[in-house]
Design a protein around this ligand. Sequence first.
Ligand code: SAH
Length: 385
Amino acid sequence: MTDTQDGAPQEGGQENSRGQENSRSLKDDLREIIADEGPISIERFMALALTHPTKGYYTTRNPFGVEGDFVTAPEISQMFGELIGLWAAEMWSQIGAPARVRLVELGPGRGVLMADALRAARAAPEFFQALDVHLVEASDLLAEQQRAALADSGKPVTWHHSLDDIPPGPAIFIANEFFDALPVRHYLKTPKGWRERLVGLDPDGELAFGLSEESEPYIKAQAPDGSILEVGAAAQRLITRIAARIVSENGAALAIDYGYVRTAFGETLQAVKSHVFVDPLEDPGQADLTTHVDFSALARAASAANALVHGPVEQGAFLAELGIFERAEMLKRGASPEQAEQIDSALARLAGDGESEMGALFKVLAVTRRSVKEAPGFASAQAGS
Ligand code: SAH
C-alpha cells in the first residue's frame, strides 16, 4: 500500500520510464538506480517496492487472504463493510443530504468493503440513489478484481489513479488500511544533528540502510542521539488535500488503520510476506511494506486545512457504536453452529482488544466541515475528552 518520490499516492511508480526490462528484478533496478544516483530515500524505496507499475508489490499480485500475505478487516467479515456503508449513509444525512454525492474509496483491495457497503446502503434508498462510486487504485490488477466484485452492485464505478482526478462535488472518502501503505522518511538523531536514513549499497553491492552526509537543519525536534523520527509526509499531504476538498465542496472522510494517537520517536517500517515479518530490503516488490499510521499527524494536517477532526477512536469502540454486536446477533439467527462460531470469531478479531485482535490496535478518524459537530461512531472520543 503506497507511493512515490514526493510520495503522492497517485504518482507511484513513475520511474518505470527508465525503460528497464521486466525480466530484471526490482532489486536489480534499485541497485542500478543507487549506483547511478547515490542512496535513495526510504520514501522512494517504499513507493517503488509497492506501486512500481510492473514490478511493485500491489501491481503484480493479489496479496489478500489466508493464501496471501495478510488479511484485512473487510476480508474477515461482511459486517465491517456493511457498517461502513451505513456510516456513509448517516454521514450523508449529516452533511445535508446533497442530491449527488461521490462515494470514494482509496485503495479498495479486492473490492470487498465497497461491495458490502453498497449492499447495506440499499437500506437507505435516498442515499443509494444519490451516490456515484469512485475508486482510487494504483494497481490495474486489483482494479480488475474490484470490477468483478462490484459488477452486481447496481452502481456504475469509475477508477482513478489519483485523488485529483475525481470530479468536483460533495464526496465521502473511505480509506481502510490505505494510509499505512504511503511512504515515509526516516531521520536519525546523531551528534551532528538529524540525518536522513537512506537506502544505499553495502561493499558487496547489496541494499543496505545508511545515512545522508548532510544533516537536516530544519528538523528542530529534541531527542537523544540514536532516536529515529518517522515522517509520513505523503499521508499528511493526502489528508490535507482531502480535508481541503471537504471544506470547499462538502463531504466527509473516514480513515481506518493500524496506528498510534500520539506522535512518538521510533520507526515502524515493516515487511510482511505470507503472514511472516521479513527484512524490508530483502526482496523489494515481493513483500508488503507498511508503517503504523501517526493519527495525530493526520489530525493536525486536517485541522490546519480548516476541517473538523473526529477521533481518533479505537476500531472496537467505533464498530460497537455502529452496532456490530447487534449485527452479529442478527446474522447468528438462522446460522448453523459452525457459522455462528465463525461470526463470533470474526467479531472478536474486528472488535476485541487482545494483541492479535484489531479492536484496540486499529484507530479510526473522521474529517468533516466544522459545521458537522458529530460523526457516527465517535462518541467514545467525546466521552474521553
Ligand atoms: N482497503 C483494502 C485494501 C488495503 S491494501 C482492504 O481493506 O482490504 C492497500 C490498497 O491500496 C491496495 O488496493 C493497493 O493496491 C492500494 N494502493 C497502495 N498504494 C497506493 C497508491 N499509492 N495509490 C493508489 N492505491 C494504492
